[in-house]
Design a protein around this ligand. Structure first.
Ligand SMILES: Cc1cc2nc3c(=O)[nH]c(=O)nc-3n(C[C@H](O)[C@H](O)[C@H](O)COP(=O)(O)OP(=O)(O)OC[C@H]3O[C@@H](n4cnc5c(N)ncnc54)[C@H](O)[C@@H]3O)c2cc1C
Length: 455
């Protein structure tokens, strides 16, 4: 295996050294498993040769971008070869007149947006990990972000893909046009597939002009239900804010205690933003949002007067994940998503589960598109607590699905949620997913052990 892989990618782009394989055992979840080797291909042809070889000898291959997966999606649970695409990082084409950008899969999301900004354009999905996460990873997880309620997720921007299939065949699918109904929409099959169906080597993305103005406001509430109601009433008020984020009391408290950010005592805090191409348009939208926020008994509402003020209002929300990550020695971050009108029930339900098992759960997230991030904080050296955390997680999943929601709005299933797939998907759907996997990947070499697809 070593000889063949070095022949394909060259000595400098291959490793089987322990100190280099250990970092490849991890992503941003709690899952860990070491691969047998890692390669850094520089061309699609090299990826084709690696996958053909792996298929012939039935060796697992795991496509990897920046390794920021929060679901264990990139952890090589069955060993094998990590295909790290970070050296395939060229922006191949920016076509402003045709509104698309064509990039290699290893291009970092922010690097693409820096290039597009020169032309006044943007690839709108904005995962908080965009400074390191790759476009290939964004496509493979259907990444979303803070502006998802208005601008959607990665899926809404993928026009076409180049994919190395598990047998080593190379396929181009999709189009360079804004719309196409030619053939089955195979590109969609690979979006959010978490690298289980093939290695994406090139992506063609629709791009948008950058909105020129944005206005920000923050509201705090003494009752969680009031905040939840304010959110879904805003989303049905006739306008769509570009940001509608929520943080619960546990999150607010953690930020107050662990940073120098001053926040009021509140059960919930909403951060919202409207954007557009003219000030009157942005202000008119914000007036609608503010009137809804006011109707729901806020403690206080603050609007940003200038850019400095605006960045200040963002500070607390931006620090939530990192602050909570430091509060305990371990945590699980989930991304359950429900229809927007069920947000108040989800928020209250999570708090009840937290109380029932005496486990701290801090909730924040993209409430405008129904996507919340309960961050379950615990001590990994306390076995009794670990057991209770498992129960908390399962109950949160059951709660979300009971509210017509889904296990994952943006992080994917990976290893972390594989055991819960049958809560959401009936046996017929599960069987069809496994059949698709088997048809494309007869020897199950492509990121095996994920999403309960191996059965
Ligand atoms: C601090 C932090 C904040 C985050 N914020 C967000 C957020 O706001 N929104 C959000 O959606 N996610 C978020 N995430 C999760 C993560 O960043 C996204 O899922 C991101 O899209 C993963 O990109 P990556 O390049 O790191 O992929 P990786 O983690 O390397 O891989 C993720 C999955 O995609 C597959 N994959 C990667 N590249 C390819 C490829 N070229 N072809 C086929 N499969 C591939 C892998 O096998 C794996 O299953 C966050 C993570 C962290 C750590």
């Amino acid at each position: 295996m070593i000889k063949k892989l070095i022949e394909i990618v060259g000595q400098d782009n291959f490793t089987d050294q322990l100190e280099e394989l250990v970092p490849y055992s991890y992503d941003a979840s709690i899952n860990v498993h070491r691969p047998d080797a890692a390669v850094w291909p520089e061309t699609t042809d090299q990826v084709v040769s690696i996958v053909k070889f792996a298929n012939e000898y039935k060796i697992p291959v795991i496509p990897r971008g920046a390794g920021t997966s929060l679901s264990g999606g990139v952890v090589p649970i069955k060993g094998g070869i990590i295909i790290d695409l970070s050296k395939m990082n060229k922006i191949l084409e920016v076509s402003i007149e045709n509104r698309y950008a064509r990039v290699e899969a290893g291009v970092v999301c922010d690097d693409l947006n820096r290039e597009l900004a020169k032309h006044g354009f943007i690839f709108p999905p904005d995962p908080a990990s965009s400074s390191v996460a790759t476009i290939g990873g964004n496509v493979a997880t259907n990444a979303g972000g803070i502006k998802g309620a208005k601008y959607g997720t990665t899926r809404d921007y993928v026009l076409g893909l180049q994919v190395v299939l598990p047998t080593g065949k190379l396929m181009r699918t999709g189009a360079y046009t804004m719309k196409s109904v030619s053939g089955y929409d195979l590109a969609k099959l690979f979006i959010g597939a978490e690298g289980t169906l093939g290695v994406i080597t090139e992506v063609t993305l629709k791009i948008n002009p950058i909105p020129r103005h944005a206005m920000t406001a923050v509201a705090t509430y003494a009752k969680l239900e009031d905040a939840g109601n304010a959110i879904f009433q805003t989303m049905t008020s006739g306008i769509i804010p570009s940001v509608m984020e929520i943080m619960d009391k546990v999150t607010i408290q953690a930020i107050k205690e662990n940073t120098d950010i001053a926040l009021p005592d509140a059960e919930a805090m909403i951060l919202t933003e409207t954007d557009g191409f003219t000030w009157p348009e942005v202000e008119a939208q914000m007036d609608v949002v503010l009137s809804v926020l006011k109707k729901n008994r806020p403690i206080e509402i603050k609007t940003a007067k200038d850019e400095k003020d605006r960045l200040n209002l963002w500070k607390a929300r931006k620090s939530a994940y990192a602050t909570l990550a430091r509060v305990s020695n371990s945590f699980v971050l989930d991304d359950v998503t429900v229809p927007i009108s069920r947000i108040p029930e989800l928020l209250v339900g999570i708090q009840e589960i937290s109380k029932k098992y005496n486990i701290v759960v801090a909730t924040f997230g993209h409430a405008g598109d129904g996507n919340l991030h309960p961050q379950i904080l615990y001590d990994e050296y306390d076995p009794d607590m670990v057991q209770r955390v498992e129960k908390v997680e399962e109950e949160i999943f059951r709660l979300a699905i009971g509210l017509n929601g889904t296990l994952s709005g943006e992080h994917g299933i990976g290893l972390s949620k594989a055991a819960y797939m049958s809560l959401e998907h009936d046996p017929v759907e599960m069987a069809l997913m496994r059949q698709i996997k088997k048809t494309l990947d007869p020897y199950n070499i492509m990121n095996p052990g994920k999403r309960a697809l191996d059965g």
